[in-house]
Design a protein around this ligand. Structure first.
Ligand code: ATP
Ligand code: MG
Length: 138
């Protein structure tokens, strides 16, 4: 069944000029781009997005990184979008990511790993609503 997921092209990938190449991988994999914008967020806004990770040791560093430059939030649609995007992204640590995945091709480290993807329907709904208003996705 057609499903929506949420993604972010992270500041490292935008800085390195990989935005279009990553979007091409996403479209090639059959995702429809329903929402797309290029913005930057404050540290407080990054903390709100990653609130589930607030107890993790890397929380401060992660939210500093995510507010360090432009990001490209995306809403993507296809059958099985949430699981299929996670597969296309590859493992969190690019050193462990499979050949052909976005993180294998474009990520530099476990933190600066090029792309975010929602991990479940509930997180996708929260994350889409955090970055996009309904009228932007009509
Ligand atoms: P994302 O949620 O961004 O799609 P993920 O689900 O693969 O990535 P999570 O465990 O949810 O990984 O971690 C969220 C993000 O925090 C990672 O994408 C990465 O940027 C950062 N991160 C995760 N583990 C570490 C770590 N050990 N050290 C530094 N940063 C980390
Ligand atoms: Mg995650």
């Amino acid at each position: 069944m057609s499903e929506r997921t949420f993604s972010i092209i992270k500041p490292d990938a935008v800085r390195k000029g990989y935005t279009a190449a990553i979007l091409a991988e996403i479209e090639k994999a059959g995702f429809k781009i329903v929402g797309l914008k290029k913005i930057s967020i404050s540290k407080v806004q990054a903390e709100g997005f990653y609130a589930v990770h607030s107890a993790r040791p890397f929380f401060d560093s992660l939210t500093t990184f995510m507010s360090s430059g432009s990001i490209v939030p995306l809403v993507l649609e296809k059958d099985n979008a949430i699981a299929d995007l996670r597969k296309l992204m590859g493992a969190t640590n690019p050193a462990n990511a499979e050949e052909g995945t976005i993180r294998k091709k474009f990520a530099g480290s476990i933190e600066e790993n090029a792309i975010h993807g929602s991990d479940a329907p509930e997180t996708a709904a929260f994350e889409i609503g955090y970055f996009f208003a309904g009228y932007e996705l009509a």
